[in-house]
Design a protein around this ligand. Structure first.
Ligand code: NAP
Length: 327
C-alpha cells in the first residue's frame, strides 16, 4: 500500500532503509547530509522541519553567517540534505521504534511504517508549560509559546507579559516592545541566563518592566486573557495584560523515549556516549533530545551531534557487514 503523508515527498509502507532519522531540526538534517555522503539509504521523518529554529527569528552565531534569518538557515539545511539525495518527509509523528529481528520498525501516527538497519533519534524537545490555572484554557486566546511567531498578532495591544529569563524570553520581550504599549518581563530570579547583550537591550527599552523574583500563579480572563496573577516579594498582585508569552524553555518527549525503551538521564534526555550511541545497539541520538552538552544548546552543537551520529551509524553497519543493497 502506498501512503501519502502530508504533501510530497512520502514513504511507502514497509520500505527499508539503512538509516531512518527521526526529526528534521538542525541535528536531523545535518545527520542527513552526512549520511548521504556515506552513501546510506536514508530518510528523515518529522512532524515539520526546523526544530528550535522555528521558535527564534535571527541566528547570529552559526559560523559562516554573521546574521541570518532562522527560517532561511533551516531552509539551507533542508536544501543541502535533499540535494544530497535524502528524502525529508514531513507530517509524520513517529510514535514508536522497536527492534524486529535485524531491523527497527519505525511507526508513525496514522499508519506510517518503515524499517531501518539503524536509527537516529533527533526529536528535539517541546515547549515547557507553566502548569498554572488558565494556561490551557487560554492557549491560542492570549497564551502563546512563541513570541517571535505571534508578536505581530498583538500589535496595538496595551500590555503583555513574557515569562522566563533565557534568550527566548528576552528576545521575545524586545520584539514585543515594538508592538505593544507595555511588556512585563516576569522572571523567577533576579539574574538571567540570557545573553548579556539581550538583557542590556531589554533594559534600554523604556516600555519593558522587569518583574523579578516573581512567578505567575494564574492566568485570568473571559473569552481571552485579561490579566495574570503574579506572586512576588511583596505578595500577590493582579496585572492586566492582553497576552502571556510563556518562554520558559523546553523539555524532552519522555513518553516517546519510555515507549522505545531507550535509557534516559534523570531529566528525561536520551543518554548518549561520545559517539552518540544510545543504550540500544544500532540506535543513535543527536541534538536537544540528548543528555550531551545540555547546558549549551546551539545550532552548531546540534549539527555537530547529527554529523557524528550519522558517522556512527555508518561505522555500525560497516563493522557488521551490513552496508549495501539487499543486506
Ligand atoms: P532556557 O535557556 O532554558 O531558559 C528558560 C528560562 O525559563 C530560565 O530563565 C528559567 O529560569 C525559566 N524557567 C524554567 N522553568 C520555569 C518555570 N516552571 N517557571 C518560571 N520560569 C521557568 O530556555 P530558552 O530561553 O527557551 O532557550 C532555549 C535554548 O535556545 C537556549 O540554548 C538558548 O540559548 C537558545 N535560544 C537562542 C536564541 C538566540 O540566540 N537568539 C533565542 C532563543 C533561544 P531559571 O533561569 O531560574 O532556571
Amino acid at each position: 500500500m502506498s501512503l501519502r503523508i502530508g504533501r510530497r515527498p512520502r514513504v511507502e509502507r514497509g520500505e527499508k532503509y539503512d538509516l531512518v532519522i527521526v526529526g528534521g531540526g538542525p541535528a536531523g538534517l545535518s545527520a542527513a547530509v552526512y549520511a548521504a555522503r556515506l552513501l546510506l539509504k536514508t530518510v528523515v521523518l518529522s512532524i515539520d522541519v526546523g526544530g528550535q529554529l522555528n521558535w527564534t527569528e535571527w541566528i547570529d552565531d552559526y559560523p559562516g553567517f554573521t546574521k541570518i534569518k532562522a527560517s532561511e538557515l533551516i531552509n539551507k539545511f533542508r536544501e543541502h540534505a535533499e540535494s544530497s539525495g535524502v528524502k525529508v518527509v514531513t507530517g509524520v509523528e513517529v510514535i514508536d521504534v522497536k527492534r524486529e529481528g535485524d531491523l527497527f520498525k519505525i511507526a508513525g501516527r496514522g499508519g506510517t511504517e518503515v524499517y531501518a538497519k539503524t536509527v537516529i533519534l533527533a526529536v528535539g524537545s517541546r515547549r515547557r508549560k507553566l502548569g498554572v490555572p488558565g494556561e490551557d484554557k487560554f492557549q491560542g486566546r492570549g497564551v502563546s509559546y512563541c513570541s517571535v511567531c505571534d508578536a505581530p498578532l498583538f500589535k496595538g495591544k496595551s500590555a503583555v507579559a513574557v515569562v522566563g529569563g533565557g534568550d527566548a524570553a528576552l528576545e521575545g520581550a524586545i520584539m514585543l516592545s515594538g508592538y505593544v504599549g507595555k511588556v512585563y518581563l516576569i522572571h523567577r530570579r533576579d539574574s538571567f541566563r540570557a545573553k548579556p547583550a539581550l538583557v542590556e537591550d531589554a533594559k534600554r527599552r523604556t516600555n519593558i518592566e522587569f518583574v523579578l523574583n516573581s512567578v505567575v500563579t494564574e492566568i485570568l480572563g473571559e473569552e481571552e486573557v485579561k490579566a495574570v496573577k503574579v506572586k512576588g516579594p511583596k505578595g500577590e498582585a493582579v496585572v492586566e495584560v492582553d497576552g502571556v508569552f510563556v518562554e520558559i524553555g523546553q523539555e524532552p518527549p519522555t513518553e516517546l523515549f519510555r515507549r522505545i525503551g531507550v535509557e534516559t538521564d534523570e531529566q528525561g534526555y536520551v543518554k548518549v556516549g561520545e559517539w552518540m550511541e544510545t543504550s540500544i545497539p544500532g540506535m543513535f541520538a543527536a541534538g536537544d533530545a540528548t543528555s550531551l552538552w545540555r547546558g549549551f544548546r546551539q545550532v552548531v552543537t546540534a549539527a555537530a551531534m547529527g554529523a557524528v551520529a550519522a558517522y556512527s551509524a555508518y561505522q555500525y553497519l560497516l563493522e557488521r557487514g551490513l552496508l549495501g543493497e539487499g543486506k
